[in-house]
Ligand binder design. Structure first.
Ligand code: 4NP
Length: 197
């Protein structure tokens, strides 16, 4: 869920350790956002459910696979904190366990509504989560990147519907960025959407 507003959208990607999946999501999304010329409008960060790897760079295997696709993973692992739930508009977990843990950590109901799963934005609906690659071989890291490239493109697509429109003055809350309001406003304009909803 996301609060429609002027200014920046802030997205936090979350996985268990913040050394494989969420730093990769951060890098993939940053590149897409930059390529779309939206880096002034969308801010991206990542964090982990656990602080076990806090202060570490991303896993060298993940960095190496990502580098082959042109992504530089330069984030430093940190655990999710309460402030994140107030600070970010969207908090995106990689698997069901991340989602359950995030919901347990959320300080209020509004924060819970910000929590979504990465594969909700997938265009190729082959996986319902981004599998943990930590104990996998090379194919696990490649799969993470495949899934993230697909889902981040879907996420950007949804974000652009608002960011590229004139709807930013509206105070209306959207239940999900690709919901019926977004569909109608994209197809018929914000005024039509506001009249209907
Ligand atoms: P990530 O992968 O959640 O994608 O960063 C993992 C990293 C570390 C561990 C597990 C998964 N670990 O058990 O330390």
């Amino acid at each position: 869920m996301m609060e429609e507003k002027k200014g920046e959208y802030k997205i936090l990607f979350v996985c268990l350790g913040n050394i494989c999946r969420s730093p990769s999501a951060e890098a993939v999304m940053k590149k897409l956002v930059q390529d779309a010329g939206l880096d002034g409008r969308i801010k991206i960060d990542s964090a982990g459910i656990i602080g076990y790897h806090a202060g570490e760079k991303a896993d060298p295997r993940m960095r190496s696979h990502a580098a082959r696709r042109g992504y530089k993973l330069d984030s430093v692992s940190r655990p999710v904190c309460t402030e994140d739930f107030f600070d970010f508009d969207l908090i995106i977990g990689m698997d069901n366990r991340n989602i359950d843990d995030l919901k347990r950590k959320a300080p209020d109901l509004e924060s819970v509504e910000k929590i979504h799963q990465m594969t909700e934005y997938s265009q190729n609906k082959l996986y319902d989560h981004v599998p943990d690659p930590y104990y996998s071989g090379a194919e696990g890291f490649e799969l993470v990147l495949d899934l993230l490239e697909d889902a981040c493109a879907g996420l950007l697509d949804e974000l652009v519907q608002f960011i590229g429109s004139d709807c930013h003055g509206s105070k209306r809350r959207v239940t999900r960025i690709g919901d019926a309001y977004a569909y109608v406003s994209k197809k018929f304009g914000c005024q039509a959407a506001d009249e209907i909803f």
